[in-house]
Design a protein around this ligand. Structure first.
Ligand code: ATP
Ligand code: MG
Length: 442
């Protein structure tokens, strides 16, 4: 049996074909029944001239249909469908799997249900074309990053997610019992990607990361996917350039690959082609103060509303959806961040903001062994817990730095989604692992 995909039907007018897929919707017109059959390429209309052949069919049944491809009369063409000029007249039908009755109507253009229900029925709601489009775009972002990282000479590596030490510090780490020893789920692949700079000079990787985010926000998940680069033999300005360039290429690739999906979702293209403005954190706070009268100039980090405001400035002044902020206070960044030699209170660190949200962080790293050990001790940590990492620095580590982009945040912002959970296939947060967790007394 040679299978024809829905999208191929307009090229097969007059031919007998075999389709496989799901019943998306069914419409009864007296003796005739129409179904929209869905496969991975989209929808095609199938007509049953004798209603009794299709009378049992229900949405989501999986079927195989043999039929004849016919051109539709001019006035019955559906301009909204790429297959709208044809229909398949069914000759034979085989039911491959039946389906339970749907809990809500999925045949509509939009799924009109709230986020909790959307996630409670994830295995079902993912089938909806609008939701599928989100994850096709996500795939394209990952592919775009892969290409952009390769273009700058990075080797792809794969890092573990179980660690003997906690890298970013803070309370947001998942600990667990590992054969009676304490172990951690990685908050980032940081230590391993730095070690690998000592081997391949430039590396990139995709990694699951875990953060025990204690509050419910629209931009945090407890498990998420990071896309990281770590690059040897570079200086700070080169790193800042690569941070913006790599992401701009990633998004440009995704937009090109997914024009159809972006159009379908009604998303305007992101402005990522031009010059990316760059400010220090203090300069950004000053501009925000001048624009809004809100004074955050003593704050040690940008607030979420600051990220929005300075992104508006970048769009107005530079026609850019991206902006790089540099020189965050050293104390606010992870231990491996290099302090600015000219003013060590601030660090050679940066964030990339995309449409008002932090999408990436990074820095130039401390690469000198003694300095690194001193900083670990200063921060109250034990160098013994970083033995493998430190080994790399004892035996010759070049100057280096890197950055990591959040895959779900990138998807969310590319598609103007309101909540990061929409951009994760199976989001984990403090209230949900697949299903809502039972409420426990605090
Ligand atoms: P924020 O300040 O917004 O909480 P962060 O500074 O803690 O983020 P980083 O450690 O800088 O996050 O991680 C690098 C990137 O990974 C972030 O810019 C973001 O895109 C993504 N990321 C980090 N934590 C999460 C999370 N909990 N959920 C989703 N994405 C995340
Ligand atoms: Mg950050």
């Amino acid at each position: 049996m040679e299978r024809t995909l829905a999208i191929e039907t307009p090229q097969k007018i007059g031919q007998e074909i075999t389709l496989q897929g799901w019943v998306n919707t069914r419409r009864d017109h007296g003796k005739i029944i129409f179904i929209d059959l869905r496969d991975r390429t989209g929808l095609v209309q199938v007509v049953f001239v004798d209603a009794k052949d299709a009378k049992d069919l229900r949405p989501e049944w999986v079927v195989e249909i043999k039929g004849l491809v016919k051109e539709r009369p001019e006035k019955l063409i559906n301009p909204k469908l790429p297959t709208g000029k044809v229909e398949v007249e069914a000759k034979e039908i085989k039911v491959l799997a039946k389906a339970k009755e749907l809990p809500f109507d999925t045949g509509t253009e939009d799924l009109n249900i709230g986020l909790p229900v959307l996630l409670d029925y994830r295995a079902l709601t993912l089938k909806h074309p609008r939701i599928q489009a989100i994850f096709k775009a996500q795939e394209a972002i990952a592919e775009g990053f892969h290409q952009a990282a390769k273009e700058i000479g990075c080797t792809e590596v794969f890092a573990p997610t179980i660690s003997a030490s906690s890298t970013e510090g803070g309370a947001q780490v998942f600990r667990f019992n590992y054969f009676n020893c304490e172990a951690f789920m990685v908050q980032s692949p940081q230590l391993y990607k730095q070690i690998m700079v000592g081997i391949f000079e430039k590396v990139f990787l995709f990694s699951h990361i875990y953060r025990a985010e204690p509050s419910v926000t629209t931009r945090h998940l407890c498990e998420s996917i990071q896309m990281d680069c770590e690059i040897g033999f570079v200086d700070f300005d080169e790193l800042v350039f690569l941070l913006g360039k790599t992401f701009a290429k990633t998004i440009a690739y995704a937009q090109k690959k997914c024009t159809k999906e972006l159009e379908f979702l009604g998303v305007a293209p992101s402005l990522v082609e031009g010059k990316i403005p760059r400010l220090t954190m203090r300069e950004a706070q000053q501009i925000i103060f001048e624009r809004t009268g809100i004074d955050h100039q003593q704050e040690k980090d940008l607030m979420p509303e600051d990220e929005k405001e300075i992104s508006l400035w970048a769009r107005e002044k530079y026609n850019s959806d991206l902006i790089v902020i540099t020189h965050f206070p050293t104390k606010k960044r992870a231990f491996y961040t290099m302090p600015d030699p000219e003013n060590p209170e601030y660090s050679l660190s940066y964030d990339l903001l995309y449409k008002g949200l932090e999408i990436s962080s990074g820095s130039q790293r401390i690469h000198e062994y003694n300095e690194l050990v001193a900083v670990i001790k200063e921060r109250g940590m034990n160098p013994e817990n970083f033995k493998m990492y430190l080994q790399a620095f004892e035996y010759g580590m070049p100057p280096h730095g890197g950055f990591s982009y959040g895959l779900e945040r990138s998807t969310m912002k590319l598609l103007d989604l309101e909540n990061i959970r929409e951009a994760s296939l199976f989001p984990r947060d403090m209230e949900r692992i697949d299903f809502r967790l039972p409420k426990k007394e605090a």
